[in-house]
Design a protein around this ligand. Structure first.
Ligand code: F0G
Length: 355
């Protein structure tokens, strides 16, 4: 049967009715890819899976929440939506708004979002303003404007975003037949860890799983307010998607980590880039740097002994956005191609091929 998108597939778990106009790009149903070479490299007997969210229609997990937020905005008679974004939320919001004729206003931190994401918001026809400030500043402005003007906020403070995003957890359990033992995830504004935890708990309540996973979240070390226990005024990291100093869902992220027996920890930019290269080179999975934070965290804490009693256990790493979102980073990391003459002999020689 053809995949119908997140809302139709999981409507019994979502706040929709038959009257909700469903705006969908058939998001969801992303592959859960076994990462056997990565598992072998980590060598703790863990079975690692990658939930490849970059394969959503706009290239990130945001589409799961956006189908809900935009459908509900339409149902409630809204004519315009607005978000602050490190890039992916704006790419998704602008696509779903285009699809149903809503206006879309986007505030991004100037010079701080990856090129692929910016190109998406522009081509879908959103009104994009690049603010001289950071993400936290832009979110503050969006909260202010959406509470004073007839514009619907579609950041993850909008509860429908969390509702849609929790579908990722349902899909994982539908494939594995149970929850994984560990669920590793990058943490930025902290909506996604909140959503997955809710999804697992829903499924437990519905009798679809018995044991909940330990939620382990990873922030970039230069933008790790939850780990540090205080707001970071000037967050820094090359993983621009999670360059956030004051996460909106801070408390619920802590709640997910604490009540599941998990943790939220930091990984450095070097560790993120190392994992980014490993995913691409060892597993053939191209993700954006922020997405690699989940894998970086698993590698780091495996080395520190965190998984020493985890022989045969499963871990799902959510890799949240596609690598093509940030082509500049890929080239900066892997280099430019060598240029050569249009000459078969020279090429054969350069490739060191022997008959
Ligand atoms: N990974 C990617 C690729 C993201 O774009 C984001 C967040 C996260 C992880 C973190 O998820 O915020 O739910 O904890 N991007 C937001 C945006 C902030 O505006 O696109 P989170």
């Amino acid at each position: 049967m053809a995949w119908e998108g997140v809302i139709k597939t999981y409507k019994e778990f979502l706040p929709v009715t038959d009257k909700t106009p469903i705006v969908t790009l058939k998001e969801g149903n992303t592959p859960l890819i076994p990462a056997d070479r990565l598992s072998a490299k980590i060598n703790k007997g863990l079975k690692i899976f990658l939930k490849y969210e970059g394969l959503n229609p706009t290239g990130s997990f945001k589409d799961r929440g956006m189908t809900m937020a935009v459908s509900k905005a339409l149902e409630e008679g809204s004519t315009a939506i607005m978000c602050a974004s490190t890039g992916n939320t704006s790419a998704s919001a602008s696509a779903y708004a285009a699809r149903c004729g809503l206006k879309c206003f986007v505030l991004i931190p100037h010079n701080s979002i990856a090129l692929g994401k910016l190109s998406q918001a522009m081509i879908h026809g959103a009104k994009v303003l690049a603010v001289r400030g950071n993400f936290d500043d832009t979110l503050e402005i969006v909260r202010d404007i959406t509470s004073n003007y007839p514009v619907t906020l579609v950041n993850s403070l909008n509860p429908y975003r969390i509702e849609g995003q929790k579908s990722g957890a349902y899909e994982i359990v539908d494939v594995l037949g149970k929850a994984p033992d560990f669920h590793a995830i990058p943490v930025g504004n902290a909506g996604n860890i909140t959503a997955y935890w809710k999804g697992y708990k829903d499924y437990k309540q519905a009798g679809k799983l018995s044991d909940l996973p330990k939620m382990i979240g990873f922030q970039a070390a230069g933008s790790a307010p939850i780990v540090l226990g205080h707001v970071v005024e000037d967050p820094k990291t090359l993983a621009t998607a999670i360059k956030i100093g004051n996460p909106a869902s801070w408390k619920s992220a802590e709640e997910a980590a604490d009540s599941s027996g998990g943790m939220i920890k930091a990984v450095t930019d070097d560790e993120i880039i190392e994992a980014y290269k490993l995913l691409a080179g060892l597993e053939g999975v191209f993700v954006e740097p922020a997405s690699a934070a989940s894998v970086a965290g698993v590698i780091k804490y495996a080395a520190e002994g965190y998984f020493d009693d985890s022989q045969g256990k499963t871990i799902v790493c959510v890799v949240t956005g596609h690598g093509l979102k940030d082509p500049d980073r890929a080239i900066a990391t892997a280099g430019e191609p060598e240029v050569i003459d249009n000459d078969v002999e020279k090429i054969v020689e350069r490739l060191r091929l022997k008959k």
